[in-house]
Ligand binder design. Structure first.
Ligand code: IMP
Length: 193
């Protein structure tokens, strides 16, 4: 029987990416699928802390094996910002387009364009916590390129590629992304059992 796992998220892009990467190994349910409409606070100062907060919330309320991920874009010239604040870089209530605009503005005139996406996954299985991590290194461009993907995809070009995540599209992105790598670690752990 397929293992059932709850993903502590309702982000449709993320669910689709993770379901594609995990393939037929697991049956992934979203918060909506289990009738959870809570706005789970993400108040930790680190990606690990936020992933743990989200997974613990679901485990404590639903007593089911679950996992949560938290991702940040860490830009070298900005001392790791936006990092854990990636979703609200341009301020609360602003969307991804505003976040990208702020990033391009903050990177104006910066010659060091190095950045990385980092994803941390916290799995809670039978009450025990396991952490998995994936990262992809690349560069922040000085303008947006491409229309696939979401978030900062249009301004991030992974190393060894000459196109942004938003130009590469989801098939390529899902093979090389930070999230793919973290989910692969999760998969490897689940398969070993
Ligand atoms: P979350 O923790 O996965 O919700 O990610 C926080 C923020 O980082 C999101 O609001 C997105 O803007 C951005 N982000 C996360 N994953 C990606 C990605 O794969 N590509 C581009 N932006 C991302």
């Amino acid at each position: 029987m397929k293992k059932k796992l709850i993903l502590a998220s309702n982000n449709a892009h993320k669910l689709q990416e993770i379901r594609e990467i995990l393939g037929n190994d697991c049956h992934i349910l979203s918060l909506q699928d289990i009738g959870c409409h809570a706005d789970i606070p993400e108040t930790a100062m680190t990606l690990e802390g936020n992933a743990r907060l989200k997974a613990s919330y679901v485990y404590e309320h639903y007593h089911e094996d679950c996992f949560a991920d938290d991702t940040g874009l860490e830009v070298e010239a900005l001392n790791g910002a936006p990092g854990v604040y990636s979703a609200r870089y341009a301020g609360d209530g602003h969307d991804s387009a505003a976040n990208r605009r702020k990033l391009l503005k903050d990177m104006n005139c910066q010659t060091d364009r190095r950045a990385r996406f980092r994803t941390v996954i916290c799995l809670i299985e039978n009450g025990e916590e396991h952490l998995f991590e994936g990262e992809v290194k690349g560069q922040i461009l000085d303008e947006e390129r491409g229309s696939f993907g979401f978030g900062y995809d249009a301004v991030f070009m992974p190393d060894e590629y000459d196109r942004t995540f938003a130009e590469l599209g989801e098939t390529v992105k899902n093979k090389i992304s930070h999230r793919a790598k973290a989910v692969e670690q999760l998969c490897r752990y689940l398969r070993k059992k």
